[in-house]
Design a protein around this ligand. Structure first.
Ligand SMILES: CC(C)(COP(=O)(O)OP(=O)(O)OC[C@H]1O[C@@H](n2cnc3c(N)ncnc32)[C@H](O)[C@@H]1OP(=O)(O)O)[C@@H](O)C(=O)NCCC(=O)NCCS
Length: 439
């Protein structure tokens, strides 16, 4: 690839990310990762990726795990880990190990966020990582007759203290340890702390970077998106490996308690948090309370998103120019497809009741989401809107998309078959082709 093609691609790519940057600026993401990520040497790169999110105006709270580091500390002391039903029994000696591990990890994380050499992704970043006694915990207690001792669960997150810190540009770090009003320290799970933090902070996203691979069902098919209800059904079917089920269970809890999106993203893929956040399909599994993709009539808030979809097509002549004021005025004519808060498809319907016809215009699906049937879904939706208005024919004017419409039941027609008012507006220089479909 030559330098010119390279720069064209770069510009296209950067523009394709713009809607996500607009959508996520000012939002709060809780990002949690297991101790395995640090052990695998992935911390410096993760710090670079998270500092990029921070630079884009996303408020980041991070939560680290420490399981392998605690195991290491136990091994150094010649102690065997004790578990009951997958839960660690934390006695006083194991607690010392957990504290040691958390202290070391905190320092490593602070060091990673202090990178800033020139010509690296973190040059000029100057991020301040803030941690403290933000997590209140209580003991898990006695389960099936086994006292879990200092193993606890999160009771409260000091969101009222964390919120001003992230609002002021700080990055908050939470360890899997919590404190009780009796002055004790409790050993918690990273998943529990992260979920409680996301709920308490009313975070927009909870993201688990997982050591487990992308989730798949019993047939081996990848699972990329789930509603909370589907995730619960999957958990009930007990087909998932225990580690994956544990993550998913926490995603469901977050989702059920108001976190709009919870993600499980394997950290093994380079840049996976960036890919998950800034690409349409992502690289992980996303759990949401309701259906992610919604196809609906547009509102005035969608004007910016629609303009972004249209702009490149105006520039290359596929679509006629439409100024913002026009779209604002005609917003009721538009329908949009939205995914995770980002508009990635639109179309407009202009009825001509006297002739029982309607024009569908401005049909666009963003390039990174094309060929997945969304263009067709938009068309069907517009056909239904036209039918609901009692209209019998749908027509389109197109210069470059003729075959797409032909394949979907449209027939070529001439300008004089159009409604009179539309004929008078026909642009004879543009020479668009006319296609009509009976509804
Ligand atoms: C036309 C458009 C809306 C289709 O969106 P989409 O979500 O990709 O649509 P679907 O997934 O339902 O259909 C994809 C199919 O259409 C085909 N297709 C896409 N653009 C086409 C075109 N200009 N001519 C013919 N076929 C086309 C794809 O190759 C794909 O074919 P396949 O199913 O055989 O793989 C989208 O390509 C787009 O936004 N184009 C630019 C704007 C435009 O031309 N709008 C129409 C203005 S009148």
């Amino acid at each position: 690839m030559n330098a010119m093609e390279n720069s064209v691609q770069f510009v296209q790519w950067l523009r394709s990310v713009a809607p996500y940057i607009h959508a996520f600026r000012g939002q709060t993401f809780v990002i949690a990762f297991p101790g395995e990520l640090v052990k695998a040497g992935a911390l410096p790169v993760l710090a670079q990726d998270l500092s990029l999110l921070h630079a884009l105006g996303i408020k980041v709270v991070i939560v680290h795990g420490s399981r392998p580091q605690v195991e290491e500390q136990l091994a150094l002391r010649n102690m065997a880990p004790r578990f009951h039903n997958g839960l660690r029994v934390t006695d006083t000696a194991a607690m010392e190990c957990a504290k040691e591990a958390a202290g070391e990890l905190r320092l490593d994380i602070e060091a990673a966020f202090s990178q800033g050499l020139p010509n690296t992704p973190m040059a000029h970043s100057e991020i301040r990582v803030i941690s403290g006694n933000f997590v209140t915990a209580r003991p898990l207690g006695v389960i099936d007759g086994v006292d879990l001792e200092l193993t606890g669960v999160t009771r409260k997150i000091a969101h009222e203290v964390i919120r001003p810190i992230v609002n002021a540009g700080g990055l908050v770090l939470l360890s899997p340890l919590g404190f009780s009003p009796t002055g004790e320290v409790f050993n918690l799970s990273m998943e529990d702390v992260a979920t409680a933090a996301a709920i308490a902070l009313r975070a927009d996203k909870l993201i688990f970077l997982t050591e487990t691979p992308l989730m798949s069902n019993a047939a081996g098919d990848e699972i990329r998106e789930l509603t909370a209800a589907q995730a619960e059904a999957l958990l009930k079917a007990s087909e998932l490996p225990p580690d994956v089920a544990f993550y998913l269970d926490h995603c469901v809890q977050a989702s059920r308690r108001g976190v709009p999106r919870a993600h499980m993203v394997p950290y093994e893929i380079d840049g996976s948090p960036l890919l998950e956040i800034f690409t349409h399909d992502g690289v992980g599994t996303m759990v949401s309370y309701e259906n992610l993709e919604s196809l609906r009539q547009a509102t005035i808030e969608d004007v910016g998103g629609i303009l972004k979809l249209i702009e490149p097509h105006e520039a290359d002549g596929t679509l006629v120019k439409r100024p913002r004021e026009l779209i604002e005025r005609e917003i009721d004519h538009f329908s949009v497809i939205e995914h995770d808060g980002v508009i990635f498809g639109c179309a407009a319907l202009y009825p001509f009741p006297a002739e029982n016809m309607a024009e569908m215009a401005c049909l666009i699906v963003s390039p990174d989401a094309q060929t997945q049937g969304d263009g067709e879904r938009l068309l069907k939706h517009m056909e239904n809107r036209a039918r609901a208005a009692g209209l019998r024919k749908l027509f389109v004017l197109t210069t470059r998309t003729a075959h797409w419409f032909l394949k979907r039941g449209f027939m070529p027609a001439t300008v004089d078959t159009l409604p009179k008012d539309r004929q008078s507006m026909y642009n004879w220089q543009r020479k668009s082709l006319v296609f009509v479909k009976n509804l």
